[in-house]
Design a protein around this ligand. Structure first.
Ligand code: GSH
Length: 217
C-alpha cells in the first residue's frame, strides 16, 4: 500500500499529517496542490476531495481520506506504534482537547478561504492581520495552561503525539502572522523541543518539494 499525500508546503492542515506520517515512520509520495493558484478548486483535485481543501491522503485501492484529524486517527488505528495518543481515556481526552483548540477554534477562522472572504468584504491587510492574530492568541491563551500542566517536553508528556502534530503547524502560522510567543512559554518550549526532532524537521514547510521548487524559480 503506497500512501499519497496531497499537500501544499505552507498549509498547516497537511503539515499536521506530514508530522503524523513521519512519527509513525510511514513513507509516502507527495503531490503538491498549489492553493494560492486555486488548484484545489474545480480541477482534478476537487474530484479527490469535494470539499476542495487539503490534505487528502490516498491509501490504496482507490480509497481517499480527508480531514487531517480523521487521517491522524486513522493512522493511529492502523499503525498503533509508536502511539500518538496516551492509553488512559482521560488523558486521551486531554490530548484531543488540545488538538481541538487548534483544529476547531483557531484554524477554521484563519484559513485561506476566510482570508479571501475578508478581502472581498473590504477588510484591509492590517484588519486581516489583526483578525488572524486575535484567534491565534485566543487559542494559545487556552492551550498554554493545558500544556504547562501536562508537558514533559512535548505537549502531553515526554513523547511526541497528536497534540504536537496540531500545535507545531499552528506555531509556524503564528510566526508567519507575527504573533509573539513570549506570553506562551510552555508552547514555546514544546516548539523548541519539536524543532530538534527529525519527524518534525522533515515535515517542516521549507523541506517540502513545492517549497524547494519555488525557491529555485
Ligand atoms: N478541517 C480541515 C481543514 C482543511 C483546510 O482548511 N485546509 C486548508 C490548508 S491549511 C486549505 O486547503 N485551504 C484552501 C482554501 O481555503 O481554499 C482539516 O483539518 O483537514
Amino acid at each position: 500500500m503506497k500512501l499519497i499525500l496531497h499537500s501544499y508546503w505552507r498549509a498547516t492542515a497537511p503539515y499536521r499529517v506530514r508530522i503524523g506520517l513521519n512519527l509513525k515512520g510511514l513513507p509516502y509520495d507527495y503531490v503538491a496542490v498549489n492553493l494560492p493558484a486555486g488548484e484545489q478548486r474545480g480541477g482534478p483535485y476537487s474530484q479527490l476531495n469535494p470539499q476542495q481543501l487539503t490534505p487528502a491522503l490516498e491509501t490504496g485501492e482507490g480509497r481517499v481520506l480527508t480531514q487531517s484529524l480523521a487521517i491522524l486517527e486513522w493512522l493511529e488505528e492502523t499503525h498503533p506504534n509508536p502511539p500518538l495518543l496516551p492509553a488512559a481515556p482521560h488523558e486521551r481526552a486531554v490530548v484531543r482537547a488540545m488538538a481541538g483548540v487548534v483544529a476547531c477554534d483557531i484554524h477554521p477562522l484563519n484559513n485561506l478561504r476566510v482570508q479571501q472572504q475578508l478581502t472581498e468584504m473590504g477588510i484591509d491587510e492590517p484588519g486581516r492581520l489583526a483578525w488572524t492574530q486575535r484567534w491565534i492568541n485566543d487559542g494559545f491563551a487556552a492551550l498554554e495552561p493545558l500544556i504547562a500542566a501536562h508537558s514533559d517536553g512535548f505537549a502531553f508528556g515526554a513523547e511526541p503525539g497528536l497534540a504536537d502534530c496540531l500545535l507545531i503547524p499552528q506555531v509556524y502560522s503564528a510566526d508567519r502572522y507575527g504573533v509573539d510567543l513570549l506570553p506562551y512559554p510552555a508552547i514555546a518550549a514544546v516548539a523548541a523541543r519539536c524543532a530538534e526532532h527529525p519527524a518534525f524537521q522533515a515535515a517542516h514547510p521549507d523541506q517540502q518539494p513545492d517549497a524547494k521548487a519555488k525557491s529555485r524559480s
